[in-house]
Design a binder for this molecule. Sequence first.
Ligand SMILES: [Zn+2]
Length: 300
Amino acid sequence: MIVNPTPNELRSLDHLKNQIGAGGNTINTQNTCVVAASGLSLRIAEDALQTIESIAQKLRDWLEKLDIPTPPKPPFLAVGLFSNKKPYEAYLTKEGLGGLSGSFGVTHPVRWVSLILCDPGELKEINPQVVIAHESIHLITLKSRLCPAWDAWPRWLHEGLALLGDHTADKSPPNPTQKGPMAKNPAPLANRFGSTNQDRAKAWKTTSPILELNAFLRRDLIKNPLPNHQDYAACWAITAALAEWQNGRLLQSLIHELNNLHIQFESPQSIEVFTADWLKSEIGDQWLDFTKSVRALAEL
Ligand SMILES: [Zn+2]
């Protein structure tokens, strides 16, 4: 059972139950609750619960390794699972999140709950547990106050962090026929999140030559997205490189700086531009080396 739920936690659960509808499974541990729509098996809900708790632990371990502070008590996480596209899309529209139409999961930037579309017909080859892990990382980032509000960080950092770890929820055995440079050099990143996200590394290989890093860092990814998952590949590469740079100290300082900025004042610049300028000034004359280290991830 959830021990002493706060009014906010109860509100989150009521919200999910109202959206997902009656007749499904609601299961929980002390810190995590999954509300699954009718039509979804208990097994999917149980797997989701396990995925969320496992990714929460991996994220804590990773943050600890990089000396990034985490709260002593794990946050309460509430995740809803839709069984088909229609109510999921209706939910996005109703909550003013229509820009995320066509996605498979959303972390509500105000209500701080995650909702995932677990419809195999829509997901096709995508493992729903990877989507659950991805959204859970967004949710934990907010609920643990690692990030004080969704708009306190540039989108690339939110996505980059989620992409460092979401693939670890895919338990299917690697394809033995899959060949490539990754197999020769599986662990070039010291501060990986369990393992290297090979799909993103592969996508970065084709994106890196056509991406101008400076411009990307300043880009509003909601208003000006890049096609064909190039956004995600770049978010992954920049965040992975930052976790390596000075053994993560720059990433630690950046998170600290963004959180202070959010508390202190409204910046007249976009958070993307502020972060890009801050990084450039902190890295100083090593900027070229830093951009090379981001590009080098295409050689994995
Ligand atoms: Zn995301």
